[in-house]
Design a binder for this molecule. Structure first.
Ligand SMILES: *Cc1c(COP(=O)(O)O)cnc(C)c1O
Ligand SMILES: [Zn+2]
Length: 481
């Protein structure tokens, strides 16, 4: 266990986000809810006493020193903007080597001018999703407090990331993962198993698994790696830093992100609050958080008027919504399993982000999600269903006239294409029974952008004729056929 230097800890601390509480705790303490009032915690910095870069572009100098693992990391080269850990405590596996892709074919689908849609591809992370940005920070904190057993409930990507950080580092971390039955995409389950995590499958969904892991973490004193952990969100702020970096530090007009547990949207909001406070940006992008129609708690509550209200959102609205979910025995249900969550733990922080970033929330159906995913695949880097909710949401906001064709829009592709091959193959494949089982049951009726495999007899002439036929059809159909 490494020693926390006092100089670091008193410049960073944890604080309850509830304005009528505001209890503070040292960085070295481990609590995943305010012990005073139960609300969420933030990591807060004494910026005035910290060496903050004067311009964001100063951080670029670190690129030239990429043999230093802390500068190689796409999270920790921004460590001046998440300064809670001494360098020697940092746990990194080289996360955050992501890129911002200009995707003109997808822009056309969304209804944006050429050049105006960028896809922030977080699938390039070591575990294949943006979760690594948060994991590296939470593992760093776990190392600072001397934790070894680490646990999470997961729809799949958190557990994959957690398993990677345990298996690829050498600090004695042991992974314990809680998943709901039948709720995890195969790519993600494969990762948990392959990386040697203790994988506990319970009967129930993510919300059930989340409740259990909190109880188990409490009882057995295990370090909790879900996004209630405020240190995770510190790491996830860097997704926005890298987006800005790729845009030569010029903020876009919109950031569009899928919303599940709402950790990412919360982290993005905190990033912009801090960048603005530090005078490192003068304009804040608008934030669009996209729910799946089968898991639309945020969209419904914001629609009912729930807002940040200076840190005191109307708790009766939220309680009434959850009571109704219980009364109707309504469970989250969407093909976008990474956002199949009805009780988002970071709801309040997300309201803060929406408030600061003049945000909007929308829900999109599984049909829109799967169609958008196919368009991303044919004109972008490919993603899993939940990620495509961002593109489907941008399209919806374009159609509503809230996003203009000339707006510069960044959609976050949160996870890799190969995370959920089942959904992709069901959409493109020719097996109607499989389509019904995987997608039809979710209300998906058509695969309008399917790229069907063609079944040809094993005969050279037949094969050559088929290729000629399809090449001709493609040439006629233009570049998008
Ligand atoms: C976790 C996850 C999300 C949801 O992010 P939240 O921070 O929980 O809102 C979306 N997409 C993918 C691929 C994820 O893994
Ligand atoms: Zn409190």
């Amino acid at each position: 266990m490494s020693v926390i230097t006092p100089a670091m800890t008193d410049l960073a601390f944890q604080q309850c986000i509830n304005p009528s509480c505001r209890a503070t705790f040292a960085v070295g303490q481990t609590c995943f809810a305010c012990p005073e009032c139960g609300d969420l915690l933030d990591v807060v910095y004494e910026w005035d006493r910290l060496p903050v870069p004067k311009r964001l572009s100063e951080i670029e100098a670190r690129w030239s020193d990429r043999l230093n693992p802390l500068n190689f990391s796409g999270v920790w080269r921004f460590r001046d903007l998440l300064p809670f850990a001494p360098d020697e405590s940092i746990v990194t596996v080289g996360e955050g080597q992501t890129l911002l892709q200009t995707a003109d074919k997808v822009a056309q689908y969304v209804g944006l001018n050429a050049g105006n849609l960028k896809l922030q591809y977080e699938g390039m992370n070591p575990s294949g999703s943006f979760k690594d940005n948060g994991m590296t920070a939470a593992f760093t904190h776990a190392r600072m407090v001397g934790a070894h057993r680490v646990a999470c409930a997961s729809t799949g990507n958190t557990s994959a990331a957690l398993a990677v950080y345990c298996s690829a580092t050498d600090f004695g971390f042991k992974a314990i993962i809680f998943i709901g039955s039948g709720k995890i995409a195969y790519g993600k389950l494969a990762q948990a198993l392959d990386h040697g995590a203790l994988t506990i499958q319970i009967v129930g969904d993510f919300d059930d698994a989340m409740q259990r892991v909190r109880q188990v973490a409490d009882r057995l004193n295990i370090y909790l790696m879900n996004s209630v952990n405020p240190f995770r969100l510190e790491g996830q702020k860097t997704i926005m830093f890298r987006v800005l970096e790729a845009l030569a530090w010029e903020p876009p007009d919109w950031i569009v992100v899928p919303g599940g547990n709402l950790g990412n949207s919360s982290a993005f909001g905190k990033a912009f609050i801090e960048l603005k406070h530090l005078g490192l940006i003068d304009r804040v992008p608008r934030l669009a958080v996209i729910n799946a129609a089968g898991a639309k708690t945020l969209e419904q509550l914001v629609g009912q008027g729930l807002s940040w209200s200076n840190g005191l959102p109307d708790a009766t609205l939220t309680q009434a919504y959850y009571d109704k979910l219980d009364a109707d025995n309504l469970k989250a249900s969407t093909i976008a399993s990474a956002i199949e969550i009805n009780r988002p733990v970071n709801l309040k922080k997300c309201l803060r982000a929406l408030d600061f970033c003049d945000g909007v929330v929308r829900q999109v159906g599984d049909q829109e999600i799967m169609d958008a995913k196919a368009r991303v695949g044919s004109g972008g880097l490919g993603c899993e269903p939940a990620s495509a909710a961002s593109v489907a949401g941008a399209k919806r906001l374009r159609e509503e006239g809230i996003i203009a064709p000339s707006d510069r829009v960044v959609c976050i592709l949160t996870g890799h294409q190969l995370k959920d091959p089942t959904a992709t193959v069901a959409y493109h494949g020719t097996d109607q029974e499989n389509f019904e089982k995987v997608l039809g049951s979710r209300g998906v009726r058509r695969a309008g952008f399917a790229n069907r495999p063609i079944i040809v007899p094993n005969d050279l002439d037949d094969i050559i004729r088929t290729i000629a036929l399809y090449s001709e059809a493609q040439a006629k159909g233009g570049k998008d056929a």
